[in-house]
Structure formats: C-alpha cells, structure tokens
Ligand binder design. Structure first.
Ligand SMILES: Nc1ncnc2c1ncn2[C@@H]1O[C@H](COP(=O)(O)OP(=O)(O)OP(=O)(O)O)[C@@H](O)[C@H]1O
Ligand SMILES: [Mg+2]
Length: 259
C-alpha cells in the first residue's frame, strides 16, 4: 500500500460573489520514501493541493488517505513547510523548534533532545538561544525544517521553501534538505516553480495543468540522476535533456494561453 493515496479529489472555492474551481480530478499514489515534486503554471492549484494533503483544507469531493487512514484534519504525521518560515520572533530558536512538539503534547526531555540534535545536524547548534531576527533567511529556513522534522512526521510537505533565498543559499539548502530527508527515510512532496530544483531533488515530477488543475504529465527522474546530490546532478547531460522536456511542456501551456 502506498503511503499517500489521493483519490479523485476536486476542490472548488465558493464565496458570496464567485466560484473558483481550483482542482479537478487528481489521482496520485506516493510510495514510502519517495520524493515527489509538483510543478505547474502559476495559480493552478498547487498550494490548494498541498493544503488538502496536510488536512488544513477539505476537498469538495474525493478522498486522501495516509497509511490507509482518511485525512480529515492536520495530524503530527504530516509536516508542512511554507515559503516563509513563520518562526515566532519573540521565541528563542530552541522554543521555536520545540513549539510543534509542545502544541501536540509531545514535548519531553527526549523529544527536545532530538530536536536539538537535528539543529546540530543543520549546523545551527550554537544558535539555540538566539532569536530569529538574529539569523539569515537561509538559517531561518533551516530552523523551520528542524521544527517540521522534530515531530517526526511520516510525510513532509514543502511549499516553495527555497524561493525567497539567494541562489547560492538555495543550492546549499537543496543539498542539505535532500540528504536529511533521505537519511531520515521520509516521504516528501515539494511544490516548486524551479524545474532544476524539481529534477535535482525528486524521484518523480508531477506536472499540473492550468486551473482547474489536473495531472498533465508525470516525469520519472532517471536512476542515474537520483544517486547524485542535487548540486552534482545539475551538471550532467541527462539533467539537461529532462530540463528541456519539462521546459517545452510548460511552454506549451503558455502558448495555449496566448493563442
Ligand atoms: N481561500 C481561497 N478562496 C478562494 N479562492 C482561492 C482561495 N485560495 C486559493 N484560491 C484560488 O484557487 C486557485 C489556486 O490557488 P493556489 O494558491 O492553490 O495556486 P498555486 O498553484 O499555489 O499558485 P502559485 O503558483 O501562485 O503559488 C487560484 O485561482 C486562487 O485564486
Ligand atoms: Mg502556491
């Protein structure tokens, strides 16, 4: 059984004055340990899809199951990381990374120790007693990653977590996140606008259509690329070929829009 099973989900937003069909008939199974990227035109429904997987948002129809159980609300089994880090400025880094544990009633000496260990792994052990404003954007995103991993979720949802960072920091963080996720044997879904990032990090790339989003095409990343760290993968011919394929497919959406 796949870890995550998305079955015929649809999502329509209703307001007093408008109806917006965001997602239409998405089916997807994500295996344990798999790293999936989701790409697609701006505004097509990527965040909507992730929010439904996290349990924060209910589908209009269809089901989403994690480990065979239907998702109806957020659970500690799923971690969600956004473009902005949403660290609390008035709490120290130590308090920030243990906040999820605390709100879920899981904070013990042992779980706090594990969180601090993760912070060390991210190279930030010496910053545990400072406040978020004293850290750079890349450091804050690493703290947000630790906060997400601290509750030991099975499934990680990452919504453009690197997009606000400068290019060099982004590349370093891609490598770090990739190796951390593989080491801890997590399953992950990354939303990104960046084709290179998607290829470098994933096992499969799911391309969504324009809104209402359906799955347009799924690209499998060749095994020869998957063994490489994201930074290495970017320098191979295989990488460039796949980039070209995906680029052309995304461009075809743009042409349909203007023609
Ligand atoms: N709470 C909401 N109420 C009404 N409409 C919404 C709501 N949230 C999103 N939408 C609409 O649903 C569609 C999909 O939005 P969503 O944020 O999921 O897209 P996205 O693919 O994540 O976009 P981006 O690439 O800009 O991050 C958009 O047309 C958006 O305006
Ligand atoms: Mg979005």
């Amino acid at each position: 059984m796949a870890l995550l099973e998305i079955n015929k989900i649809e999502k329509t937003y209703f307001s007093k004055t408008s109806v917006t069909e965001a997602i239409k008939d998405i089916n997807l199974a994500v295996e344990r340990g798999e790293f999936i990227s989701i790409i697609g035109p701006s505004g097509c429904g990527k965040t909507t899809l992730l929010s439904m997987i996290s349990g924060l948002l209910k589908p209009t129809s269809g089901t989403i199951k994690l480990d065979g159980k239907q998702i109806t609300k957020p659970t500690p089994e799923t971690g969600y990381m956004l473009q902005q880090d949403y660290l609390f400025p008035w709490l120290s880094i130590r308090r920030n990374i243990t906040l999820g544990l605390k709100t879920m009633g899981l904070l013990t000496k042992e779980t706090e120790c594990h969180a601090l260990h993760l912070l060390n792994e991210m190279g930030l052990g010496e910053f545990k007693d400072v406040y978020p404003s004293q850290l750079s954007g890349g450091m804050r995103q690493r703290v947000a990653l630790v906060r997400m991993l601290a509750t030991q979720p099975k499934l990680l949802l990452l919504d453009e977590p690197f997009s606000a960072l400068d290019f060099q920091t982004k590349l370093k963080l891609e490598d770090l996140v990739h190796s951390t996720i593989k080491e801890h044997e997590k399953t992950a879904i990354l939303v990104t606008h960046d084709i290179s990032e998607a290829i470098a990090m994933s096992d499969r790339i799911v391309m969504l259509s324009r809104r209402p989003a359906t799955i347009h095409r799924i690209f499998k990343v060749p095994d020869a690329l998957k063994g490489l760290e994201p930074f290495e993968a970017r320098n191979t011919a295989l990488f460039n070929d796949l980039f070209q394929d995906i680029w052309e497919e995304l461009e075809s959406f743009e042409h349909k829009r203007t023609s």
